[in-house]
Unconditional design. Structure first.
Length: 464
């Protein structure tokens, strides 16, 4: 049996040449061996005019599938260059959930214009999905599913699938409903294929049918997919009537978007809401500047704390040498704790009611880490004191003050970093906003107070 054709690596150049010659037959032949998700990256450098020519020549199915993998900005520019009929064909061929994701990112007047191009049936579907709140399960679901009553045989179910299953989103699972359309159970198609045709369908039911509601947010949906390890979950209304399904490919997109948003917030920035390479520069600067200003104002409190201990610094200048060391150690410990707790919250490893368990762990962890750094700091000063007079004759007291303050600062940083996300979540805010830079700024200010207070206890009557 001959091997399947392998797409040429220089497909972009080949397609560009065919587009320039308007070679419709050549374009169709060149596109034939490609999957849409593999082809789309090679089109990144094409101008909207080139893409418009390509999409006019390509077969409808190929064009529609590839369109779904193009960046949103490219999609919008492309539609402007196509005729209304061609634009309508692309939108009609998109899966309902992908079409909803595309339309919700458009200005209202543009979205309404595109909706008017759809057939009445598809327009009703699009309006129904767009009516749900943003980031809800209703916005992500598709209405293409197969449901059947349980009063037949396996042969009846398979016949129903053959009749109704064409062009559905997925056929991994069919849903069993009662006479009012309420979800009663679900059955994997694999079980149907392996069962005897005459087997009553009810014998395959176990009454276990997890489901989402259209009002659930996407983080809830993601947790349910992880919990039940499903490739697809049904969506039901208040009466448990099935109204749609959500598939794992949508959940992969959600997981990626949520992780990206959390990482950006942890870095001390607002979520960009669109790719770094395409977001307008002014909007990116605006989103980054907000937190930078907040953090800058917070760091100004560090200067105030330093001014408060001005007399101590004047009497023991050596203390100023270790300010960056001790406060950065506390900030780093706090950033570590905040990152770990935020991620654990996102994965559902614990809830707000477990705050005391988290605090106990961070008490032990923070104290252990503080002792480790304290010993390292003490040893560093002790070794240097053997080769230099930089720390003066009272180096042992200075080393003890630095080592002891590191224990307290790292412990405080760990507690602050772990508890702040829980406090924000309890207040109904996004825990990711307690970003690592924010925690570091908080610990910097309080760390100075701890450092100079501990130093005063060790050095009073000697240097202070």
């Amino acid at each position: 049996m001959p091997d399947a054709p392998v797409p040429a690596p220089d497909i972009a150049a080949e397609l560009a040449g065919l587009i320039a010659r308007r070679d419709q037959a050549g374009l169709r032949k060149a596109l034939a061996p490609w999957l849409a998700q593999d082809l789309a990256p090679h089109l990144a450098g094409f101008s909207p005019e080139q893409l418009a020519t390509l999409f006019r020549c390509a077969q409808r199915e190929v064009a529609a599938q590839t369109f779904g993998y193009l960046p949103g900005a490219t999609q919008r520019r492309l539609l402007k260059l196509l005729s209304q009929e061609q634009a309508a064909q692309l939108l009609e061929a998109l899966p309902p959930d992908d079409r909803t994701a595309f339309l919700q990112g458009l200005p209202l007047e543009v979205a309404m214009q595109l909706l008017s191009l759809l057939s009445p049936q598809e327009r009703d579907v699009a309006k129904t999905l767009l009516a749900y709140p943003e980031h809800s399960v209703g916005r992500m679901m598709t209405l293409d599913f197969v449901a059947i009553r349980a009063d037949g045989t396996v042969a009846d179910a398979l016949a129903h699938i053959r009749h109704e299953g064409f062009d559905r989103e997925t056929l991994n699972v069919i849903y069993i409903v009662d006479e009012d359309g309420r979800l009663a159970d679900d059955v994997r198609v694999r079980r149907l294929l392996l069962a005897e045709p005459a087997t009553p369908l009810r014998e395959l039911l176990d009454g276990n049918a997890p489901a989402l509601t259209a009002g659930d947010d996407r983080e809830t949906a993601l947790r349910e997919f992880r919990h039940y390890d499903r490739a697809v979950l049904p969506v039901v209304d208040e009466a448990r009537r099935i109204i749609g399904i959500v598939t794992a490919d949508d959940m992969l997109d959600v997981a990626s978007e949520e992780a990206t948003e959390d990482i950006q917030k942890l870095g001390g920035s607002e979520s960009l809401d669109e790719p770094y390479s395409t977001i307008p520069l002014f909007r990116m600067v605006k989103k980054r500047a907000t937190w930078l200003v907040v953090l800058f104002l917070g760091e100004m409190l560090t200067a105030s704390a330093m001014a408060f201990f001005e007399d101590e610094i004047a009497k023991a200048v050596v203390l100023a040498l270790f300010v960056p060391l001790v406060i950065s150690s506390g900030g780093n410990a706090g950033s570590q704790a905040a990152t770990l707790v935020i991620r654990a919250l996102a994965l559902g490893e614990f809830g707000l009611k477990d705050w005391w368990r988290v605090m106990r762990r961070e008490l032990v962890a923070g104290l252990s880490l503080g002792v480790i750094l304290g010993v390292v700091g003490f040893a560093r000063i002790a070794v240097w004191a053997q080769f230099t007079d930089l720390y003066g004759p009272h180096w042992l007291l200075v080393a003890s003050a630095v080592g002891s303050s590191l224990v307290g600062i790292v412990l405080w940083g760990s507690l602050a970093g772990s508890m702040l996300p829980l406090v924000l979540k309890r207040a109904g805010l996004d825990p990711a906003t307690s970003s690592a830079p924010f925690v570091a700024t908080l610990v910097d200010v309080t760390g100075l107070v701890i450092y100079f207070s501990v130093a005063w206890l060790f050095l009073r009557g000697v240097l202070l």
